[in-house]
Design a protein around this ligand. Structure first.
Ligand code: GDP
Ligand code: MN
Length: 384
């Protein structure tokens, strides 16, 4: 679960990591007053869960409160990378000399947290990572010891940070570590941490991702989930307990069980096709869940064929069939659907499916071959 910048900053503030003065706004109409209270030049920042808002025009400087209101109205009408902007953060504009990049995340190969830091922070950090990766220092962190003074010194030396900043810098890092640890985060990023003309260090931007599997013990954070800001498909699949990951191909897949889903995707590949998604409906899915899954698949404009592969154990094939039929009454779709049912109540499932003109396959490889065949015959996806 990713947090918004303003939510991340509220957490930073609790831990004593300095942030700019600011307030969230939902309507342009309330921006002038907020900006007046803050005083001086203002930054208006779109709160959307994507990276690179700055480059997409979602972060703008305003000279006056009036100006801030106009800019806010404009940004609140924007879509950034497909997500509408529902909130803007109104902040004091900070003048700075240097932008530092800091992040703590998990190094999955090492199985350890890793601290990344660079003296060339800011909007071009991805470019830096690509072209001059040596400018980003990576330090693995022992999770029991956390970030220590010596880590901070090492980074400070590496980025030529002047000595007067070391004490504050090491405090920011130590608190960042506490945030990471206390919140069960998989990412805590400050980019940029700026050094101002009067030698203060301020987190101008903050990004956090919380481990979804830890939300059961992070009730306060779980509450922050702000559904409208999320991709509606993610919201929908979470609501129904589906594991859905969109991919690039044309064959939409619905399978029960992660292992079977991967096997199905491998078979599609081996017949020369490409899966449009990974979708595991889990064990014991009812018709409603199946229907939600099928609607998600059909909403992908790249899908030209759907392959439904169910091995009925706890999952009942008749229930799956009912979900498929119900969906086809609701959604007008010309897309060929190939179904392979096997196991619990497969026969009953087939009888239910006979009502519609679906393509029934008797084995998994036949199903995959058919699906790839169909997907290559149809030039373009879904027309609804
Ligand atoms: P991102 O593009 O989504 O990472 O958004 P950021 O919050 O990092 O903002 C992008 C860039 O805008 C920063 O790297 C800064 O260069 C600039 N920026 C953000 N806030 C301020 C501010 O208060 N003052 C000034 N001068 N620039 C800012
Ligand atoms: Mn940033």
């Amino acid at each position: 679960m990713r947090l918004h910048e303003y939510q991340t900053k509220q957490i930073f503030n609790k831990y004593g990591i300095p942030i700019p003065r600011g307030k969230i706004a939902l309507y342009a109409g309330e921006v002038k007053q907020i900006a007046d209270e803050i005083g001086g030049p203002i930054v208006v920042k779109a709160q959307v869960l994507v990276s690179g808002r700055g480059k997409a025009g979602g972060i703008r400087l305003a000279k006056s409160a009036k100006d801030a209101e106009e800019i806010a109205a404009y940004i609140l009408g924007m879509e950034i990378k497909g997500l509408p902007v529902h909130k803007v953060l109104i902040e004091e504009a900070v003048i700075f000399n240097q932008e530092i990049y800091l992040a703590i995340t998990i190094d999955r190969e090492a199985g350890l947290p890793v601290l990344m830091a660079s003296g060339s922070g800011g909007m071009d950090i991805e470019e830096v990572a690509l072209r001059s990766p040596e400018k980003i220092l990576r330090l693995q962190i022992n999770p029991l010891l956390g970030i220590q003074e010596y880590h901070a010194r090492l980074i400070a030396i590496n980025m030529d940070l002047s000595r007067q900043h070391w004490r504050q810098f090491s405090k920011v890092l130590a608190e960042m570590w506490k945030v990471f640890r206390d919140c069960d985060a998989t990412l805590v990023e400050i980019n940029p941490l700026v050094i101002t003309g009067d030698n203060r260090q301020i987190a101008l931007d903050g990004k956090m991702i919380i481990d979804d599997n830890a939300l059961f013990r992070q009730a306060n954070l779980a509450e922050l989930r702000w559904l409208e800001a999320e991709n509606p498909i993610d919201t929908e699949s979470r609501k129904f307990g589906l594991s859905y990951i969109p991919l690039k191909g044309k064959v939409g897949c619905m399978v029960n069980g992660a292992g079977l889903a991967m096997t199905t995707m491998d078979l599609i590949n081996s017949f020369g096709g490409e899966p449009a998604n990974f979708l595991d409906i889990g064990g014991g899915a009812n018709a409603e869940k199946v229907s939600a899954a099928l609607k998600i698949i059909l909403s992908d404009p790249h899908v030209t064929t759907v392959l439904i592969n169910i091995f009925g154990g706890i999952t009942r094939c008749d229930e799956v069939a009912r979900g498929i039929i119900a969906t086809l009454y609701e959604v007008e779709s010309q897309i060929p659907i190939i179904v392979r049912l096997s196991g619990t109540n497969a026969k009953e499932g087939m009888q239910i499916l006979a009502e519609r003109n679906l393509n029934i396959a008797n084995s998994l490889s036949e199903a995959a071959r058919l699906a790839v065949d169909f997907s290559q015959r149809v030039p373009n996806g879904n027309t609804h």
